[in-house]
Design a protein around this ligand. Structure first.
Ligand SMILES: [Zn+2]
Length: 215
């Protein structure tokens, strides 16, 4: 997903639930996941290459880090950063997988359903036919060579490559708004999950500490 849409999804999902400083930390940590060091060779961070089990494990680990930062050390900054990293993967899942395509197909096609109706994917491991694109530096670069790139995309790029499958921006077609809407819903759900685990672990004082600096 392109950076501006990670920002848009995150802000929309957390509107009214997080103070501005917290939001900025979360957004920065989210966007940092697309730096070179965590972009190449880390399909679990971006839900690439159908690495669904590894992607879920990464998200669970970031959630655990957020909880322990708050509960053990009252380190709000570390908790917000872990949550931002977690949201990046959650949002990339919808841009990199065929979840939106499968969901639209199962609901009668584009004429019969709207983006606002799409459901989040709660367990990618249980969805038949679900795949996500493999990232390849070779195809990424080749598809961007002037004149040649279009031919390479059409004839030499595998159907399950990120270049063919991604819903990273509106130019990728009518499924993009479905990916956005599902990513917003699931990001909101991730906040609910984290907050409920915080309450379970340590009551409302830690909960307030996470969502707002002033209380
Ligand atoms: Zn990414």
């Amino acid at each position: 997903m392109d950076a501006r849409y990670h920002v848009e999804i995150t802000r929309q999902a957390l509107a009214g639930r997080m103070d501005e400083i917290g939001l900025q930390v979360i957004v920065r940590a989210n966007l940092r996941q697309d730096r070179l060091a965590t972009l190449l060779g880390h399909p679990e961070i971006h839900f690439d290459a159908s690495a669904f089990a590894a992607g879920e494990a990464y998200i669970a680990e970031q959630r655990r880090l957020a909880l322990s930062a708050l509960i053990d050390r009252e380190d709000r900054l570390a908790a917000l950063m872990a949550f931002g990293r977690l949201l990046h993967g959650r949002q990339d899942f919808y841009a990199h997988s065929n979840w939106a395509a499968l969901w639209v197909e199962a609901h009668g096609g584009l004429e019969r359903c709207g983006p606002e109706q799409i459901e989040p994917c709660l367990n990618p491991l249980a969805v038949k036919g679900l795949i996500s694109g493999a990232g390849s530096a070779l195809h990424f670069l080749a598809c961007r060579v002037p004149l040649y790139g279009r031919w390479h995309r059409r004839h030499l790029t595998p159907a399950d490559d990120h270049e063919i499958m991604n819903l990273d921006h509106p130019g990728r077609g009518p499924l993009f708004p479905f990916a956005m809407a599902a990513a917003v819903k699931h990001s909101r759900l991730e906040l609910e999950i984290l907050l409920s685990q915080l309450v379970q672990a340590d009551g409302n004082s830690v909960l307030r500490h996470f969502s707002s600096r002033s209380s």
